[in-house]
Ligand binder design. Structure first.
Ligand code: GLV
Ligand code: GLV
Length: 324
């Protein structure tokens, strides 16, 4: 019987599949992230691990898994929390959960975009605290979305869907920055691929959808924020590390851009100094995929990946199959 460890509770749909197939598994029952030493202890002599993006699966943890472990099934689409290169060297498959969270995450990016443009959180606070004394021509003026230019940084699955929804629904013009052309995006929205400086200078709204890698840390820093329009709304639902958060706080403080909507942070769950004191930022706690549907489907997908790997198959969503 396979020995399986799950680092935190995920939706039942996935746990049931694993139970049905293998009879049992061990799981962290506490509703918190395990410490490094707890992880090391619990992954020893397992055949497969199911982990979360909050678990840092580095060389030490992978070594602790020993030779028995064949598969690391990550409950996330992003897998920057895992040293994939080292896992490949140690002959461990790494899997993720793409696709099922594309609608949920793109919906959140769009929610943030509108909330920033129309100052929804500020307006709620204003009304709630009794400051509303009647209609006012100059009260809480925001930015219009319809027909404006949207810059997408990283036109993968999620970036593409954000662009398509906003082009179809709100007639936005789409420009994007990516390593290669996305012809599907271009065909469906008339999007144009441009270089990053062109995107920064010309966008009314910018939404980041890159996956984090060793080359794109602080992709957006002081220089980049300085190139944006003063009316620009900046949205990040990808990974916090692609933004120099200190530079972003300064840009917001000095009103170099209109507003920012953030779901991810450089050192989660820690927030950059000064971030919570700004009223031109909306901050939410990494809830991009947090819909009942997406989280349920992520659980069955992560479970299926684990089951396939343990049964000697290459799972459909194996991210390192070429490197094993
Ligand atoms: C969430 O951030 C994910 O990568 O699934
Ligand atoms: C009107 O409703 C306004 O935003 O000022």
């Amino acid at each position: 019987m396979a020995s399986i460890y799950i680092t935190r509770k995920i939706p039942e749909s996935g746990l049931e599949m694993i139970k049905k197939k293998f009879g049992k598994f061990d799981i962290n029952q506490e509703n918190r992230v395990l410490t490094k030493s707890e992880l090391i202890k619990n992954v020893k002599n397992r055949d497969g691990i199911l982990c979360l993006l909050t678990d840092s699966i580095d060389k030490e943890i992978i070594d602790a898994m020993g030779n028995t472990c064949k598969i690391i099934s990550n409950y996330a689409v992003g897998f920057n929390n895992i040293d994939v290169e080292y896992a490949s060297k140690r002959k461990k498959m790494v899997t993720n959960t793409p696709g099922v969270l594309t609608d949920a995450t793109s919906d959140l990016a769009i929610s943030l975009l509108f909330s920033c443009a129309r100052r929804i959180v500020e307006s709620d606070e204003f009304t709630r605290t009794g400051k509303y004394k009647g209609w006012d021509p100059m009260l809480l003026l925001g930015q219009e979305v319809t027909g404006k230019t949207l810059g997408i940084i990283g036109a993968g699955r999620i970036g593409t869907v954000v662009a398509q929804k906003l082009a179809r629904g709100f007639n936005m013009k789409i420009i994007y920055d990516d390593r290669s052309n996305n012809f599907d995006l271009e065909k469906s929205t008339n999007a144009k691929r441009v270089d990053l400086p062109t995107l920064l200078k010309n966008s009314d709204f910018i939404s980041v959808h890159v996956s984090l890698n060793k080359d794109n840390h602080d992709l957006l820093s002081k220089k980049e924020f300085n190139m944006m329009k003063r009316t620009c709304v900046f949205i990040n639902t990808s990974r916090g590390e692609v933004v120099d958060e200190k530079a972003l706080v300064n840009a917001l403080k000095e009103k170099k851009i209109f507003a920012a909507g953030l779901d991810v942070y450089e050192s989660e769950p820690r927030l950059a100094n000064g971030l919570t004191r700004l009223d031109n930022v909306i901050i939410v706690p990494h809830i991009g995929s947090a819909t009942v549907r997406a989280r349920t489907l992520m659980a069955t997908m992560a479970a299926q990946n684990l089951i396939d790997g343990l049964q000697g198959k290459i799972p459909k969503y194996c991210v390192n199959k070429d490197r094993l």
